[in-house]
Design a binder for this molecule. Structure first.
Ligand code: AMP
Length: 588
């Protein structure tokens, strides 16, 4: 039996396909949404889920929540700025004097889900499909798989959340070529994916989002509102961690209530000394502070549409996924962005888990096979001579995918090539993320003589394999980009924003680098040719070539792209006769 698991930032769910139906399983308290919260007592086993959540208010310092934000990440990234640790190392969370890895914490959540399922079903449940946000990168997918394995599951598939949701909404029964937008606003992440139904197969046309946008941010904003309304003006340093947790809990409860009610009362006991506060809150007040946060989803929706080459009117359905889409404000905004009422037929917080269950059933052969195709969230490539990014698999390519290119040596006598695997949208290698690197040796060869084939393949789980082969000796090396330890990653969103923001400088940097490489090749070649054949030219010609060469040198130093390109063209022009003579000589 293959379980389907939605491993969420705030809540997680597990289900199985039983007697022809996908069923989500409830814990001993009859609840299906299991809080993704882990409490570590001083002694004994961690408490997970609702029990963990209860302990969070008492011991926030020994509780881990929203660990999905940290999985597959490193110290020094935006996501991990609240944690102290050596920049660039895999992130750890200090609890009870021990440093925990996010995969270990996620594994505790998965163990809890496994126990719930085994308890309900009375049998072992040791295979699973686990979902991740559409634009989780390699490191995050691999870490999620690892967490599943640590929890004792054979992980049969890492599935993207929008594709799971589409299955749960039964969209495989739509007409041929139907286009669907999946708007997913959960506790900690937002993403918008556009899918197309093609011959009964879902294809993800594009995906955009923000790993730092979700209900948690709304809770934070509402907590601020509560403080203002209660006129609690203490400095934030005087608000203890326990008070903060209480405040956010109260904010969240009020927010969820206000999805159905117009107003509510929030009681905040012991917020300041022993004084307790009672604050009345209306939906309108909450919407006012939440609106700017939710409005941030609009740009992602528009970019995903643009990437898919579609207009909003061309969409057949909008489906809403994630607990935060229960807010009327979110539903209104989604309807407004896409000019169409969203489909609200499924529970938004259960759709992804149901889809994972259905995918498990498909893998087991219990359901007719609907293949789910995903796309690469960011471009993948290698660093080439001069420090440029050479894209091998572009962003938004449907996976599984395979692509390759032939490379050569840029320097004579070189006896190997360093393959640096990059992910990102920037022109310069240093602005992209290095996923890993390795050396492929070859016999020392003249410039441009070596032939190294590089092939990238991404499997259905989004895990990347890089193969490099020296065609002369047929020796090859294969590197699997798997573990979070090898992989450096930043927020995908920051990368996309950066590529837009720096588009012009980046293009300029690429053009300049290409011109610089040409100049560095040309200057010594011209000098050598002059030494050899200068005597056969008129003195004025020699002077002109020398002048143009110095101008190229000066342009190189000035780092001005246009000037360098012009100088190179002029040098090219001035050396026509010289080049002809050189050629004649070579031809004998
Ligand atoms: P998910 O990550 O999909 O489990 O979504 C969790 C988020 O949904 C949390 O931020 C919850 O506060 C939020 N949420 C759940 N139910 C509601 C509701 N009725 N109204 C507004 N937000 C909700």
């Amino acid at each position: 039996m293959i379980a389907g698991i939605d491993l969420g930032t705030t809540n997680s769910l597990i289900g199985v396909y039983e007697s022809g139906f996908p069923t989500l399983l409830a814990d001993s308290e009859g609840k299906r949404l299991i809080p993704s919260v882990v409490f570590y007592p001083e002694n004994g086993a961690p408490l997970v889920g609702r029990e963990g959540l209860r302990m969070q208010a008492l011991h926030p310092e020994r509780t881990v929540a929203s660990v999905k934000r940290l999985i597959g990440r490193r110290f020094g990234e935006d996501e991990t700025k609240d944690l102290a640790g050596p920049k660039g190392s895999p992130v750890t969370i200090p609890i009870n004097g021990e440093d925990l890895y996010p995969v270990e914490v996620s594994a505790e959540i998965l163990k809890k889900l496994k126990a719930i399922a085994e308890d309900r079903l009375g049998t072992a449940v040791d295979r699973a499909v686990i979902t991740v946000p559409a634009y989780f990168n390699d490191a995050q997918r691999a870490a999620t798989r690892k967490a599943g394995e640590l929890a004792g599951f054979a992980v049969e598939r890492i599935l993207s959340e929008p594709t799971a949701a589409a299955l749960a909404y039964g969209l495989d029964r739509l007409q041929e070529n139907a286009r669907v937008a999946v708007y997913d606003l959960g506790g900690g992440t937002f993403d918008l994916s556009i899918l197309r139904l093609d011959n009964g197969v879902f294809q993800v046309l594009s995906t955009h989002g923000d790993t730092r946008l979700g209900g948690d941010d709304l809770d934070e904003a509402i907590a601020g509102l509560l403080l203002r309304e209660a006129e609690i003006t203490t400095l934030s340093t005087e608000i203890t961690p326990e008070m903060k947790v209480r405040l956010k809990e109260a904010a969240r409860a009020a927010k969820e209530l206000l999805s159905n009610e117009e107003s509510t009362f929030v009681r905040l006991p012991f917020m300041k000394g022993s004084k307790s506060h009672e604050i009345s809150l209306t939906r309108a007040q909450v919407e006012k502070v939440c609106e700017p946060i939710i409005a941030k989803t609009r740009a992602h929706c528009l970019r995903a549409l643009e990437d898919a080459g579609l207009k909003a009117e061309e969409l057949d359905q909008i489906i809403l996924v994630g607990g935060s889409t229960r807010m009327p404000l979110v539903q209104r905004l989604a309807a407004e962005i896409f000019g169409k009422q969203p489909n609200l037929s499924q529970h938004p917080d259960e759709a992804v888990a149901l889809g994972a269950v259905l995918q498990g059933a498909i893998l087991e052969g219990n359901l007719q096979n609907v293949a789910l195709l995903d796309v690469t969230p960011l471009s993948l490539g290698i660093e080439t001579f001069g420090g440029l990014m050479n894209v091998i698999i572009p962003r938004n390519t449907t996976i599984p995918a395979k692509a390759g290119e032939m490379f050569t040596n840029a320097v004579a006598g070189q006896s190997g090539m360093k393959i640096i695997v990059l992910q990102g949208e920037r022109e310069l290698a240093t602005d992209n993320w290095t996923l890993g690197s390795f050396e492929i040796p070859f016999p020392p060869s003249p410039k441009g003589a070596a032939r190294v084939g590089v092939q990238f393949s991404i499997d259905a789980d989004g895990i990347l394999q890089v193969l490099a082969r020296d065609t002369s000796t047929r020796s090859e090396k294969i590197v699997e980009i798997q573990s979070a330890v090898e992989v450096s990653d930043e927020a995908v969103e920051a990368m996309l924003a950066g590529s837009l923001e720096h588009a012009f400088e980046d293009m300029d940097a690429r053009v300049f680098t290409e011109a610089r490489l040409k100049a560095e090749e040309m200057l010594p070649a011209v000098e050598a040719a002059l030494a050899q054949l200068g005597s056969e030219l008129l003195e004025s010609e020699v002077l002109e070539i020398q002048g143009k060469s110095s101008e190229v040198q000066a342009a190189l130093e000035s780092k001005e792209t246009v000037r360098l390109k012009q100088a190179l063209a002029a040098l090219d022009n001035a050396t026509q006769t010289l080049a002809t003579k050189l050629l004649e000589k070579a031809m004998g």
